[in-house]
Design a protein around this ligand. Structure first.
Ligand code: GDP
Length: 305
């Protein structure tokens, strides 16, 4: 059994490689729901959808989100009515959120819905939301506190970050199966995802960090920081805002209380001894996931470390 902690695009790309090496039935992915947002009267779960669509091979690869060859008629009509005009959702993507919202209204949990969607799309792995409870990531920027999607999409992550708040973290319980997956696995992989708003959210859920410290599983992370910077996204702004060094070392320190192994990029080879100084085993390889071969090669390193 292998369990992976995941955000969106970086994680999904990594998992594409991993699922070439292990059976889907042996994999549980615990996904961040801090980006979840209610818009257009619908509950949208960006990271769960990205992971699901990617592994079901229907993702729009260029964007990293949404369904390939999707159309945007529904969104364009909504724009005509001056509904929210900053969030993009394709027509087929709308269908997933309509189903999710409807099922939630009828009493289903996010876990049950994610299981149905992934099963109906032909997947055999378990995709678990980190929690079935309300949880939202808010970013404190100068003069305002805004939802992470608003920061990321509407404001294009331009503002400096002063702080990050996980609204609901004090009461949100791990979704059923989350703690068991961590405890019963041989290996827990922390995907190359944003360490604050994707992995940090999962770690903030009651009992998750404790389970990671206690499990007999080997815990291995892949650095999302390459050559001292994120490949895409605002990880540097968020780390800076929280006073964390923007480097592979800075990320390793965030996970140090439970981490056994850390895979860093060859461009960050100079960080190796500093990270080993934290008591973590380090592999230095190419971590850029450009094509299937590089995704599989990276997954193999993570399985072998
Ligand atoms: P989201 O997709 O925007 O929700 O973001 P994720 O939480 O998945 O994380 C994005 C992070 O993944 C960024 O910090 C990127 O640097 C990292 N990332 C994306 N692609 C790669 C890659 O090919 N290799 C490595 N090492 N990290 C990557």
């Amino acid at each position: 059994m292998i369990t992976a902690l995941a955000g969106g695009v970086g994680a999904a790309r990594f998992l594409t490689g991993l699922t070439q090496l292990i059976k889907q039935e042996d994999l549980t992915v615990i996904v961040n729901t801090g980006d979840d947002i209610d818009l257009f009267g619908l509950h949208i779960s960006p990271d769960i959808d990205i992971v699901t669509y990617t592994l079901a091979s229907i993702i729009n690869d260029e964007k990293g989100w949404g369904i390939k060859d999707d159309t945007f008629n529904c969104l364009n009509m909504l724009k005509l009515f001056s509904e929210v005009d900053w969030f993009n959702l394709g027509d087929r993507d709308f269908a997933t959120s309509i189903l999710r919202t409807n099922m939630l209204k009828n009493g289903a949990t996010l876990s049950q819905i994610s299981a149905k969607v992934s099963r109906d799309l032909g997947l055999k792995l378990k995709i678990l939301p980190m929690t079935d409870d309300k949880f939202a990531t808010y970013v404190q920027i100068p003069g305002d506190s805004i939802h992470f999607e608003e920061y990321m999409v509407k404001r294009a992550a331009k503002d400096p970050v002063l702080d990050v708040k996980f609204v609901g973290a004090e009461t949100a319980k791990p979704a059923e199966g989350v703690i068991d997956a961590i405890m019963d696995s041989d290996r827990v992989i922390i995907c190359p995802s944003n360490p604050i708003v994707s992995i940090g959210t999962i770690l903030s859920i009651q009992g998750v960090r404790d389970a990671l410290r206690k499990t007999r599983a080997k815990k291995v992370a892949v650095s999302p920081i390459v050559a001292g910077a994120p490949i895409k996204g605002p990880a540097d702004k968020l780390l800076n805002g929280l006073g964390v060094e923007v480097s592979a070392f800075g990320v390793a320190k965030l996970y140090v209380d439970f981490l056994d192994g850390f895979v860093i990029d060859s461009m960050d080879a100079a960080e190796k001894s500093r990270i080993e100084g934290l008591g973590v085993k380090v592999a230095v390889v190419n971590t850029l996931m450009k094509d299937l071969a590089s995704k599989v090669a990276l997954a193999k390193i993570v399985l072998d470390l």
